[in-house]
Design a protein around this ligand. Structure first.
Ligand SMILES: [Zn+2]
Length: 504
């Protein structure tokens, strides 16, 4: 009985409601002109690339706040305002105090971070880390078994970088880091040029949230080039070349060997950065307690000193999405289209540095997360094909069917949602919707994908197809209206729920 009722509600009324005149009139307020004007503001050189934290980011947040206020949205941040702030720190490894030191039978070898070693990931320990050594070698590290024996050890992990690496290797190392060792030291035989590139990448400052639960990050992982450690490895009875040709898994305690890892941080800058949130109250007394969240990140990657044009404007990434967010808020505040559920318009920051703003928002939601029925996220929506848009998450919930139905009902928009074209790029994990999905909120992520100007100073407003953005945002308007009006909440497909939310 109930199922049938849901089915009728889903397919029947919202479509009828949406084709009504007020909806098409509201959708028509979403125009190419408005989109391009907003992108011009957000991606202006004066916004300095909107790094997190930066003056340009603050200015962009102020612009979004002033627009939300003008449109009459209710503040959806903290302390009665539109902002939710969170502390961030940008830091690098202090190479002067960071090294891996091995001692065996009177022999000693030191790999200094920045020269022969690099920090990869994991908690930065406050003081030197020492422990008994477990040596792990495997013909294919990505399939190595991680057992309880790694607990409280320093794991020396022998990887053969002269062979093609499995894409699963990274995940294996993360799994190892969270399995309870004190540290993971990857013994590397990379060629010097590649290793130098890795050192350069590792030297770039990283941004973390001050309240990031460090315990989740696992043990520190460093990659150490074995060229620095030949004699001490020999003194410990370890022959890396021979172990790599062994052709079978090898795991052994090395009692004569001591490893000490020293890692310290150097702070580059810190600040309290803004997420911006505005709410349009729903029209239904009961359903207004529930929310559809539209999101688009306001930050970008800041400036790249040394280049002739040093400002990374981020017109596509993600001024295009923020322009869409503002156009949606404006459309929904037109007469006669207020949906039954409430809408929350969210502009997170720190996205480029690891989805930090949305991580903070979903850990400290300003409306109860169980009452958020869907997240519709936009990131890079202004380029590539004029007539289609990638909708990541189509297959994860019945939001996919809703989207396809709405797109079909609006042929005038000439916008076809398509599935993810590049699964190997893992874009599902690469924008803010991911933080909602892993907390159980069904999502759709709209993107037109990357291009040669991606994360370059040349990602400028003149490259944006504003006409396309307007049509796409109109589609998102109708989709959000349908989701916010239909009585039944969007539902996960069981498989996706298991994989993404329950992670099993
Ligand atoms: Zn980006």
């Amino acid at each position: 009985m109930r199922y049938l009722w849901l089915l009728l509600t889903c397919i029947g009324s919202p479509l009828a409601a949406q084709t009504a005149a007020p909806h098409s009139r509201a959708a028509e307020t979403i125009t190419e002109n408005d989109v391009m004007r907003r992108i011009g503001v957000i991606a202006a050189d004066s916004m300095l690339g909107r790094g997190t934290p930066s003056l340009g980011l603050e200015r962009t947040a102020e612009y979004v706040v002033s627009e939300f206020r003008r449109m009459g949205l209710r503040p959806g941040g903290e302390d009665g305002g539109y902002l939710q702030r969170f502390g961030v720190t940008r830091w690098t490894i202090d190479t002067s105090g960071s090294a891996v030191e091995l001692t065996a039978n009177g022999s000693r070898g030191t790999a200094r971070v920045g020269a022969d070693a690099r920090y990869v990931l994991g908690t930065i320990p406050g003081r030197p880390v020492r422990g008994n050594v477990l040596l792990l070698a495997s013909p294919d590290t990505s399939t190595a078994v991680i057992g309880p024996e790694v607990k409280d050890r320093i794991v020396l992990l022998l990887v053969d970088f002269s062979k093609p690496l499995s894409p699963a290797l990274n995940q294996k190392i993360v799994d190892l880091a969270v399995a309870g060792p004190r540290a993971v030291v990857v013994l590397s035989n990379r060629d010097s040029a590649t290793f130098a590139l890795r050192l350069a990448t590792a030297a770039r400052p990283r941004l973390t949230r001050d309240e990031e639960p460090v315990t989740n990050e696992g043990a520190p992982v460093v990659e150490v080039h074995e060229r620095a450690l030949g004699p001490v490895l020999a003194a410990a009875g370890i022959d890396p070349v021979q172990l790599r040709t062994l052709g079978r898994e090898y795991r052994r305690s090395i009692p004569g060997l001591t490893v000490e890892l020293r890692l310290t941080r150097k702070i580059v800058n810190e600040g309290r950065v803004p997420n911006v949130a505005g709410i349009l109250e729903g029209s239904d007394v009961r359903l207004r307690q529930e929310f559809v969240i539209y999101s688009a990140h306001i930050d970008h990657i800041g400036i790249s000193p040394g280049q002739r044009d040093s400002v990374n404007n981020g017109a596509d990434d993600n001024a295009s999405g923020v322009a869409g967010l503002l156009e949606l808020a404006e459309a929904f505040t037109q007469p006669g289209v207020r949906p039954k559920r409430s809408l929350l318009f969210l502009a997170p920051s720190g996205e480029e540095d690891g989805l930090l703003g949305s991580a903070h928002f979903t850990e400290h939601p300003t409306v109860p997360l169980q009452q958020v029925v869907a997240n519709l996220n936009m990131d890079l929506v202004g380029r590539n094909w004029p007539d289609s848009v990638i909708a990541v998450g189509l297959e994860q919930s019945d939001l996919g069917a809703t989207l396809e139905r709405i797109a079909g009902a609006h042929p005038e928009l000439r916008m076809t949602p398509i599935a993810d074209r590049w699964p190997e790029e893992r874009i599902f994990y690469r924008s803010d919707h991911y933080n909602f999905a892993r907390k159980g909120v069904p999502i759709l992520f709209f993107t037109s994908g990357t291009h040669s100007d991606y994360h370059q100073p040349s990602d400028e407003p003149r490259t944006i197809d504003g006409e396309k953005v307007a049509r796409l945002v109109r589609l998102l308007f109708y989709v959000g209206a349908a989701v916010a009006d239909q009585v039944a909440r969007p539902r996960w497909t069981p498989d996706s729920y298991r994989q993404i939310v329950e992670r099993r």
